[in-house]
Design a protein around this ligand. Sequence first.
Ligand SMILES: CC(C)=CCC/C(C)=C/CC/C(C)=C/CC/C(C)=C/[C@@H]1[C@@H](COP(=O)(O)OP(=O)(O)O)[C@]1(C)CC/C=C(\C)CC/C=C(\C)CCC=C(C)C
Length: 586
Amino acid sequence: MAYDYAFVHLKFTIPLALLLTGIAYPILHRIHFLQIGSLIILSFVATLPWDAYLIKSNIWTYPPDAIIGPRFWGIPIEELFFFVIQTYMTSLFYIILSKPLFHPIYLKTQRNTPTWISRGKVLGQATLVALALLGGHLIKSGGPGTYLGLILAWALPFALLTFTVAGKFILTLPWPSTVLPILIPTVYLWLVDELALGRGTWSIQSGTKLGFCLFGVLDIEEATFFLVTNILIVFGLAVFDQYLAIIYAFPHIFPTVPHTPTPIMMVESRLIGTSKFDMERIQGLQEAVIRLKRKSRSFYLANSLFTGRLRIDLILLYSFCRLADDLVDESKSQQEVTKWTSKLYKFLDMHYKPSAKTTNTSPSSFISTFFPPSAHSALSYLPTPILPPEPLYELIRGFEMDSQFSSTNFPISTEADLNQYAQYVAGTVGELCVALIIHHCAPDLPAETKSLLRSASRTMGIALQYVNIARDIVTDAEMGRAYIPTTWLKEVGLTHEELIASPRGPIVEGLRKRLLDEAFKLYAESRPSMDQIPKEARGPMVGAVETYMEIGRVLRESDEFVLRKGKATVPKLRRGKTILKALFTS
Ligand SMILES: CC(C)=CCC/C(C)=C/CC/C(C)=C/CC/C(C)=C/[C@@H]1[C@@H](COP(=O)(O)OP(=O)(O)O)[C@]1(C)CC/C=C(\C)CC/C=C(\C)CCC=C(C)C
């Protein structure tokens, strides 16, 4: 009995697995445990007979003075543990590197597949078949090609199966999320293997190997083994992600999705033909993600921390809010604003007041007739059945207030007006976000908790809007707008006209500070209630709020301003740190 092989785990695999667990911990959801767990079981069951055969045929041997002793089917327990830990580590690499991806949009190539993907899939399948056949041939011939043959003939049919099921999806995913989680653990395990082979912890029979080394004493067969097994793990995870993407993306096929989609749903998602996929919705989701990425760094980063349908619906909500805001902001006249807001009200009426319907037009033909093509998806895919109507109507009312600014009219006279405005444009957004969270994560929350969350989310929305106004004093002035209440301006001897003509200087800084103080007061009032947000949405929501409030903190530190396009932003590193802190502490 000895501990050489056990030490390989203690020194190299377990510490890395622990480190990866620590890094991935805040982004791991129940579904990931199901994903990793199923893959560990599959890889264990698939490797067991193969490994037992290798040991029985003396292709692989373990000197008795390198292992603790207990065996199952002749396989030392350290080796059995290897199946588990390698699958676990590679899965975590994949999950971490795939986190920023929004998988539903990678279903876009399922129909009207680009030629390079169709060809790539056929080429991949042909290569896997050829290599598996080569493996069979090497086994039949016996001698030095046996071990390589056994690896190829065993692993590649599994790879072929998974690639056949999810090849287009795998090829559509960005390479850092597929190639890197294969390569990084492979190279790491090559180095570990090199060390173990060098120390004689395990060895390969000389008559059954080719005798080429990739480097040092690392036989080409061992290098191939780690490469193909990591390919198998990543392909397996991608199959799982493809099924999840189908389940989450298509409410017309899966109207409700439980916390953790069931294995039956996974099978169903496989059996449904791609002809049933709503590719227009995928296109709409893609447009919404692009809008989010272009317009808001903070929310884009925070959004990637959510999962499932909640993530999709938050993106769609953002897209609607942004579109409505832009339609009003980009209007050239008061009439144009009224044109858009009345169309938006009508759009909401069609969903929420069908009895008040004045025409026989359907919402989709109303959208395509009265809105520009760039607005269609943001309106068509707003998850109206889940969202309460009042905040949506109020949001449009807030945009109407925006349009009332003119060289002689400043609608924000008092602090109460400011609060009302912020309620309309941002308190509503908080309430809508919470409605989505409750629907997707905890529909059975007690009524008092729901109402606490609603009112806190309104307050938090106002806090964020105050930060937004404090940040944009200069850019708003350039558009002829001043949100600082007339009463505050009077106290410092300013008028709106003067603020707009000269939005910089110590007096304005004083006003900015006052607004930020109000923002942080409201933030402090509502922040404790965020602990009542269901666990799976809490960290990401806190992350979203904190990255936005961080703009306020940067503004308060004034010398740290990073002025970009006239706006103060939080440096990337600081934004990343804020998100991580929120995730690890919520
Ligand atoms: C990850 C995530 C939460 C994403 C979605 C959030 C979402 C739907 C945002 C919509 C934003 C939007 C375009 C609203 C239109 C009105 C508007 C412009 C509001 C201002 C947003 C700032 O956006 P940005 O800086 O990009 O805009 P401009 O450059 O000024 O054009 C606002 C400041 C409002 C943002 C308000 C919220 C996201 C609500 C915050 C409250 C919560 C998240 C609830 C917290 C829960 C509890 C229980 C306290």
